[in-house]
Every structure is written in C-alpha cells, then in structure tokens.
Design a protein around this ligand. Structure first.
Ligand SMILES: Nc1nc2c(ncn2[C@@H]2O[C@H](COP(=O)(O)OP(=O)(O)OP(=O)(O)O)[C@@H](O)[C@H]2O)c(=O)[nH]1
Ligand SMILES: [Mg+2]
Length: 694
C-alpha cells in the first residue's frame, strides 16, 4: 500500500459563549476556499451551526467538525460550544486535539469556561493560541484583554505575536512582532493580508514585545542565548524556528487578533496555524492499556504503527443514521476494515470513510495517523470508545462526561405517546452523553436529567422537531426516603374466613434501625417449624413490597433490619399469598411505631467562581443549609466544594448566574441521605397528603 503523507493540524476553537468561535470557523473556511460564501450566526447560515436548534438560538449546542486545506496542509477544525450547559462537548474534544485556539471577545474579557478549558488543555498537553476577536467592536480593548488573561490565567507564557493597528471601526490590521512588519487586513475579500508600514507610534511597543519574545526563547536555549547576548538581537528565521519549539512546549503562547465576522486577517491566522501549532506526529507516544489486564501500552502516533482510533463524538444524521466521529490515533485506516471495539469486545465494520464540512460528508480513500474522520452505522460503538486492530489491541482512557445536574419529569401531551417519547430520548441520549432518562418507579413519571434548564429546554424542543412528540414538563419531586429511629416487635396477622377455603398467616417481626446507606436486611430466626420453610420467602416478599411506600409520605423505606422470629400457620388455610399479606401488615404497623422520619438526598457540589463572587456564593450556600468543605484555586478561579441538600439547589443554575453575572459554573452529584429537619418534614408530608387527596 502506498502511503500518502499529508501535513496535518487538528485545531479546536474554544472559549466562552458568544466570543465568536463559530464565526471564526466560518471565516477560516471561507479564507481557505472550503466554502463559497461567508455565512453568519445571526442569519443561521454558518457551516458549523447547521442544527436547527442552534440556528434558532444563535449559538452552538454541540461541537462540529470541518476540514480545510491551506498551503498543502490539511486542517481539521472543531468548533465547540461555550455555554455552560453544553460545554461538556468541548471538554470531550480535547482528547483528539493537538492545539486549541482560544477565542476571546475583545469587548468582554475572560470568563469562566475559558479558564476551565485552559486548565484542561494544559493538563492534556493541548497547545494553546489566543485569538482576540471582535476588534471592530466599540468597546474593544486589546491591552485590557492582555491584562485580564494574565490576571485570570496566570500564565507568563502569553505574549502578543500581533499588535493591533487601530481599534473599533478603525481597526485595519496588525503589526507582526516576529517579522517586524505591518500587515494590512483587506476588507471584503477572503481574509487577505498586505504588508504595510509600522506606524511610528507603535515602534516602542513593537520593540518591547519583540524583546520579550526573544528573551523567552533565548532563556530556553543556551546557544541562542549566547548569540542574543552577543548581537543584542536574533534574526527573524532564528526567532521563528525557536518560537515553534517554544509554542509546542507551552513556554510561549501566541496572542493574535482580528474580526471574525468580516473575515479580517483570517489568512494570517491560517499561516500561524501552519507555522506554530503542532502536527499530530510531533506528539509524545500515546498511553493506553491492554484490554483485559490493564497493563500499560505505549503507541507511536504514526502511520507505521498498528491501527487504533478514539471516538470523540456521535451524531444523529437524518440520512445516514448514526455517525461516529473518530481520530485515528495510530496506523492507517482504509475503507471496509473490520476492527475491534476494545470497550465492548465486539467487531465493527468501518465501511465508507468520510471527512466532514459541518453536516456535509466528503468521501476519502484513507485516513492516516492523527487524522479525523467519520463513519456511519456502527452497531455498538459510542463516544469515548477505542477501535483498534484486533491483533494489537489497545484501550485508551474513556472520555468522561459530567453527571447530570437537574431533572424534570415529562408527560406526553397526547395520551399514548409514551413509547414515542422514550424512543426519542433513547436516540437523543446516544449523541448526547450528558442526557439521561429513566422511569421514576415512585411516581411512574418519565424523568429526564441534564446539565441545566437550557439543556432540558433543547431536549424538549428536539423531541418535538425530530420525533414529532410534544411533552409537558412537570416539576421534579425530590426523591426523599423514610427510615426508623427505634426498635419494635410487632405481630402481623392475616386471617380471612369466607365461604370455602380461608386464608391464614401469622408472623412476629422485630424491626431495627440500620446504619445510614446500608439498605435492607431480612433475618430468618424461625425455629421448630413455627412457620413452614416454604412460606418464609413469602413473608420477605410481602415486606419488600410494603417497603416501597412508607407510612409518612409514601417514599421508600430504607436502612433497617427485619427479623422474623415467630409465627403460626394453619395446615389448610395458610398459603404463599396469606404470608405475604401477613408480612406486609406487620411491617407497616411496625414502621409506624418505630419513630419514622424522612431522609433527604445530599449532593456534593463543586462551584467555580471568580474571586470577587466568592463571599456571596459561600453565604448563599450556607443559607441553603449547605456545608462548605473546602476551597481551592485553579488559576485565578476559585473552586468551592460543598455538600448541600438537593431540594435547595434544584434551580441552582439560575441562582449562580444572577450571583456571578454568568461568570460561574458548577457540577453536582449524589452523596448520601440525611435526616430531613422536622419543620421541613411537616411540609413534605402535608404536600404528599394533598397530592393523595387530589
Ligand atoms: N462585531 C463583531 N461581532 C462578532 C464577531 N464575531 C462574532 N460576532 C458576533 O458575536 C455573536 C456570537 O458569535 P458566535 O460566533 O456565535 O460565538 P460562539 O463563540 O460560537 O458562541 P457559542 O456557540 O455560544 O459558544 C454573533 O452575534 C456574532 O455575529 C466580530 O468579530 N465582531
Ligand atoms: Mg458557536
């Protein structure tokens, strides 16, 4: 097989919502000639926001992939969503990116998702470049953003490669710091750039910035340092060459600027991607595990290595069904190969291989190491799975998604649509791993869980548009539990004499509290045949059934031991059913006498906030009966860890948004149950009574 080598870059566009990522993707695609017209987010005509729900909301809801070619290099661009409810998709893409362009709006500064994603890129070795966008905006302020970046990200590596020529409506281009020349950004074209004079007024800051760059690279390279000390400067080529290495190591992070919506200077950014961002084969060996025994496997990210790939996204396509997007981590893939899914152990045939341009597919004949591609109709493969050569198996770490945060119950507007709703949700949750759904066996409602109110709104919209079912959302019930505080001994007796054969069962139960979280235990202490052996499981069955609805407010009863220690039977009238009923009667009576209480779920929360909002957020968590467990800083961002009753934070997204001016984010997961304070318990019991009467 002849190997066709292509120069390659995998670049993600990351940053806060509204910073201009989708617009920049459009500008880059247009500049490289991959598309014929420059679409806009506001008109709903961009390549990356092709989904109807994205167009309706003028923002990205999930990541999208498009491939372009620039100066004989193939660039895979991934546009990601920045909004908190959808940003999990951006985190998932980091595993297949070699570099990220952080897009920051020149008028609004550095917000929380940028800070979190930056940290994650650092940990995963994803090389960073900053693009300060919207330099045409009235309040655009390049220097302010530079200060903001250093203050919030605390990264000394951040250095401008471009200095802006003018700002607001007068923004006309940049000064290229490395090559010490002016670049005039041509309006109305495909992002072309023309050389121009460096204005006198910028001479000083050009010199100072270039000196910073020179020092940054000279410090890391002794030979270069000597030259620099001797000559007092480095020539352009020496500087470019050593900067490439510094950027790849993360010791220098380039900052550039432009106007995405007008495609101003987009070609200069394409050149920078080629000059400074790494190719996949420049990365260190990949770490995976041997499926089965977990021993570490190292794999070179090159064509000559055995085939392996990581799935980073699943997309439902109306024509081709399920689409699986993956990165070939090693080896070369040709069409119609049968490979192993290392996570499920099943074989998959990878039929036709395609590149993507938003929603459009372009067939390719091979995918080489490091490249991204898409394949349709895989059976058992989902996001995060590893596909590999069966003879050289490898399993890459799975891509973790955050657990859902809020839940609501949904009811179809037309009776009989239940099946349609659940099959729609099943399809949606295949492509969106932050969406979960289940049937609540307490309320019999269909419950959907997701990252926040916006997320669940989108899910409800999609059920309607894609699957033709309308649902009504109901307020979610907190899943309370009931338990007991003291021990009792009770008799559970069932006797019925009617016409023919009667019913008889008689049990004596001891019911005792157990440790929180330990569940239910049944102990059989019947001796001497007081109850025949075959009826003992019947007693337990009756108790388990009765446990599903407690005496206080109908919530399941947990954390207790029931000992069956005595009883009696009738040789004719006793039966399985009679002993089930007897057990159930005894249990209900016992729980009522054993000082029952309600338990409420407590969640572990991590709240990310800017420093100035810390006091408010902590005060609010305390007011919500929360316990603050600790604080950490991640860069300049504070992380508050706390345990809070779920009932208090069902709508936390809205609360945090207003407290932090939308600069915060949080995650939560179930921790344990605790006793519900008496005054709140009364309210829950009263509500449940009302519901029962209704
Ligand atoms: N003036 C100006 N507006 C811009 C520029 N780039 C983007 N915008 C506008 O900013 C808004 C958001 O742009 P998007 O490209 O959707 O931002 P995004 O980063 O993709 O946002 P999410 O998808 O929510 O993460 C849109 O209304 C754009 O028209 C720019 O360079 N100048
Ligand atoms: Mg977008």
């Amino acid at each position: 097989m002849k190997v066709q080598r292509v120069a390659l870059r995998n670049v993600g566009l990351l940053g806060d919502t509204g910073s201009g990522k989708t617009s920049l993707a459009e500008a880059l695609l247009f500049s490289a000639g991959a598309i014929e017209r420059l679409g806009s987010v506001l008109d709903g005509t961009t390549t990356m926001d092709f989904d109807a729900d994205e167009q309706k909301r003028s923002r990205s809801l999930s990541s999208a992939l498009a491939t372009l070619s620039w100066k004989k290099t193939k660039i895979n661009l991934i546009d990601t969503p920045g909004a908190g409810n959808f940003v999990a998709d951006a985190f998932a893409c980091l595993r297949v990116l070699d570099a990220a362009i952080f897009v920051i709006h020149a008028g609004s500064g550095v917000r929380v998702q940028t800070q979190r994603l930056w940290q994650a890129c650092k940990e995963l070795g994803v090389v960073r470049l900053v693009y300060i966008n919207a330099m045409d905006a009235e309040r655009a302020d390049f220097d302010q953003i530079m200060n903001d970046l250093t203050a919030t990200i605390e990264d000394n590596s951040i250095i401008p490669f471009h200095l802006p020529l003018g700002k607001g409506p007068a923004f006309a281009g940049v000064v290229d710091v490395v090559r010490q020349r002016g670049l005039s950004f041509q309006a109305g074209g495909r992002g072309e750039v023309k050389p121009c004079e460096v204005p006198e007024a910028l001479a000083d800051s050009l010199a100072a910035t270039r000196e910073r760059l020179t020092e940054a690279v000279a410090e890391a390279d002794d030979a270069l340092l000597e030259k620099y000390l001797e000559a007092g400067t480095l020539n352009d080529d020496e500087l470019v060459e050593s900067l490439r290495a510094a950027v790849r190591q993360g010791s220098v992070t380039p900052v550039v600027c432009g106007v995405a919506t007008q495609c101003l200077g987009a070609q200069a950014l394409l050149d920078l991607i080629l000059d400074y961002l790494p190719a996949p084969n420049e990365r260190p060996p990949l770490r995976g595990a041997a499926p089965g025994n977990g021993a570490e496997v190292l794999r070179q990210p090159i064509d000559e290595a055995p085939f392996s790939a990581l799935v980073f996204k699943t997309m439902a396509d109306p024509y081709s069904g399920k689409l699986t997007l993956f990165r070939v981590m090693s080896g070369i893939l040709t069409p119609d190969k049968v490979v192993l899914n290392a996570n499920t152990g099943e074989k998959e045939r990878l039929g036709q291989l395609n590149n993507l341009l938003g929603k459009n597919q372009l067939t390719v004949t091979q995918v080489s190491a490091g490249d991204l591609a898409v394949v349709a109709k895989l059976k058992s493969t989902t996001t995060g799975h590893t596909l590999c050569d069966e003879k050289e198996p490898i399993l890459y770490p799975v891509i973790e998604f955050p657990k859902p945060v809020i839940s609501i119950a949904v009811v179809p507007k037309s009776k009989g649509d239940e099946e349609k709703v659940s099959s729609g949700l099943r399809r949606l949750s295949e492509e969106d791993l932050t969406l979960q759904f289940s049937v609540d066996h307490e309320s019999k409602q269909l419950v959907i869980s997701g990252m926040g109110e916006d997320h669940l709104d989108v899910v409800i919209d999609r059920l309607k548009r894609k699957f033709g079912v309308e649902v009504e959302a109901e307020e979610m019930q907190v899943p309370y539990r009931e338990t007991i505080r003291s021990s009792v001994k009770v008799q559970g007796r069932h006797k019925k004499q009617s016409g023919g054969r009667g019913q008889f069962g008689d049990t004596w139960l001891e019911i005792e509290p157990r440790e929180r979280g330990s569940g239910f235990e049944f102990v059989d202490k019947i001796v001497g045949g007081a109850i025949p052996r075959q009826y003992i499981p019947s007693v337990e069955k009756g108790i388990v059934e009765a446990m599903k609805r407690g005496s206080l407010a109908g919530f399941p009863v947990v954390d207790l031991t029931v000992t069956l220690y005595d009883g009696s039977y009738h040789s004719v009238d006793s039966s399985d059913m009679a002993f089930q009923i007897a057990g159930s009667i005894g249990f209900k009576k016992g729980v009522e006498q054993a000082d029952p209480v309600l338990l409420e779920p407590i969640v572990n929360m991590e709240v990310f906030v800017p420093e100035d909002a810390m006091g408010d957020v902590i005060g609010d968590l305390n007011a919500k009966r929360g316990k603050v467990l600790g604080m950490d800083s991640r860069g300049k961002l504070q992380v508050i860890r706390a345990q809070v009753p779920l009932a208090e934070v069902l709508k936390y997204a809205t609360v945090l948004k207003s407290m932090t001016g939308d600069r915060g984010s949080f995650s939560m997961e179930f921790s344990h149950y605790e006793m519900l304070p008496p005054h709140l318990s009364e309210k829950v019991i009263a509500t449940s009574k009302k519901r029962g009467e209704a």
